[in-house]
Write a protein that binds this ligand. Structure first.
Ligand code: ADP
Length: 487
């Protein structure tokens, strides 16, 4: 690895269980490589079912004492962790660009965004109020208290290697839960660095555990079958989410699922054209299109279609594709060769069925095999594969529509329902379309909507539960009813 960290202790190769750094009992390791150039970064310990059970037991041992701290004491430790993450923003961002590929400036942005969840939930820890309910009998009093659900498991993806962890660990720890995290085996280094900083912040042993391994099925098997684990929070693909839901059913665990999306981005004739182009750029090309809230289908009304397509392609032509550490780079590599093949297939299917590439359309000759050129496709129709598949690459397919009804019907014509966006200046239309879109989130004249203060989550096959905001902590607490009699 030819990147230097200010704090070399943040580069870890072992898993963090019960406050200790453990190797695999099998002695196995696996290589972490840089998606931009295939270079080897480090070998990490390859843990499995046995060590996952140890982590669950460590989390169980730590849970009651952690819950017994006052909310203020837990909040103080969370704030210290938040502070250390921000102090080490550059190092964490370097690790992220190395293992995940996103441009360094974007990686720094994610570190700050990730930390914001810990800061937010440190505050929310102190607002977990119960209720005193007007009684139903004069000799009884009725109240509720809120308690942490217990041991929580988190399974997280590679596209936001820090934020998808803090968005779960922040509320879990704030509520008095302990957590076992299984990060993606593509991006374990960010997760392990977060664990090291939690350790330095003084978060007690066993409260936060990170199990890294290649065998997701085995690790996930323990996390979903072990009755000690009371809740699973998952972010990833819809097929894996469905599998995990069925596994969790055996022990009736609570679940939160942040799954795939197929976000529509609708531009009406009455939109501010420049604002819509900027919004599409922000929503489509962030992380090289590898986010579950990226605009996946850009639906443009016929009167503005050509002008929008031209302006978008013009903006995209200024993009620089390359290694995330390169000066001015805003499109990094895709995560692995399978991601490249998928995007290639979707684009080829569209082009062979009559779509046109205004710009881009293939793997980048200049940047290399892991980079897909930022692309704008016109003449795309609902019959093409790209309409119903999550692209996860820097490709903007432009579909044409005539009426508001048609746009809403096209937007809702998917089993997914995570993020959606539309641009219009008409107040009546803004209300009608906001209410008609079957999505958990709607960006109105805005392409960037994620924030720790707002509830993130989907409907339909995009999942259940909300992360962030005042609602996010509800996923990690049980409401207990106390009835006091004989008064
Ligand atoms: P992505 O396409 O983002 O990689 P996945 O759903 O495949 O989405 O992966 C998200 C997370 O789920 C990763 O941490 C991955 O290792 C994990 N995962 C994949 N398959 C399983 C499984 N069968 N059981 C448990 N975890 C899994």
């Amino acid at each position: 690895m030819n990147v230097t960290l200010s704090q070399p202790a943040l580069l870890k190769s072992h898993s963090y269980i019960g406050g200790e750094w453990l190797s695999a009992t099998s002695g196995q390791t696996f290589a972490i490589t840089n998606p931009a150039n295939g270079e080897h970064i480090i070998d990490v310990a390859d843990l499995g079912a046995e060590e996952t059970t140890l982590a669950v037991e460590a989390a169980e041992k730590a849970q009651k004492p952690w819950q017994a701290l006052t909310a203020k004491e837990r909040a103080t430790l969370l704030r210290r962790w938040n502070q250390l993450i921000l102090e080490n923003q550059d190092d964490l961002a370097k690790l992220m660009t190395l293992e995940q590929g996103k441009p360094f400036a974007e990686a720094k942005g994610e570190v700050a965004y990730g930390a914001s969840f810990i800061d937010w939930f440190a505050d929310e820890a102190r607002r977990l109020y119960g209720d005193v309910i007007p009684t139903f009998a004069s000799d009884r009093r009725v109240l509720t208290i809120k308690q942490g659900i217990g041991v929580v498991a988190a399974i997280t993806p590679w596209n936001f290697p820090i934020a998808m962890i803090t968005r779960k660990a922040g509320p879990a720890l704030a509520a008095g839960c302990t957590i076992v995290i299984k990060p993606s085996d593509e991006t374990p280094l960010c997760a392990l660095a977060l664990a090291e900083l939690a350790h330095q912040a003084g978060i007690p042993a066993g409260v936060l555990n990170v199990v890294v391994g290649k065998n997701a099925k085995d690790i996930g098997g323990v996390l979903t079958a072990n009755p000690i684990v009371r809740k699973l929070s998952f972010t990833g693909s819809t097929p894996v989410g469905k599998l995990l839901l069925s596994q969790c059913a055996q022990t009736v665990k609570r679940t939160s699922m942040e799954l795939g999306g197929n976000a529509p981005f609708i531009v009406f004739d009455d939109a501010d054209l420049d604002a819509a182009v900027e919004g599409a750029i922000n929503s489509k090309y962030r992380n090289a299109g590898q986010t579950c809230v990226c605009a996946n289908r850009i639906l443009v009304q016929e009167g503005i279609y050509d002008a929008f397509a031209e302006k978008l392609a013009q903006r995209v032509s200024s993009f620089k594709t390359g290694d995330g550490f390169g000066e001015g780079v805003n499109i990094g590599p895709l995560i692995n060769p399978a991601a490249i093949s998928k995007v290639e297939q979707l684009v080829e299917n569209a082009l062979s069925n009559g779509a046109k590439a205004l710009i881009g359309g293939s793997v980048s000759q200049e940047a290399g095999a892991q980079f897909f050129e930022p692309t704008v496709l016109t003449g795309v129709t609902e019959e093409m594969d790209i309409f119903s598949n999550e692209i996860f690459g820097p490709v903007a397919p432009l579909f044409k529509f005539k009426s508001e009804e048609e746009a809403v019907a096209m937007a809702n014509n998917t089993p997914f329902g995570l993020a959606s966006y539309f641009y219009s200046q008409n107040l009546g239309r803004i209300w009608r379309v906001s209410e008609a879109l079957e999505y958990g989130m709607v960006g109105i004249n805005e392409g960037l909507i994620s924030s720790e203060v707002a509830p993130f989550g989907g409907v339909k096959e995009s999942g259940s539960g909300r992360e962030g905001s005042k609602y996010g902590i509800d996923e990690y607490v049980e409401t207990k009813y106390l009835c006091m009699g004989g008064l």
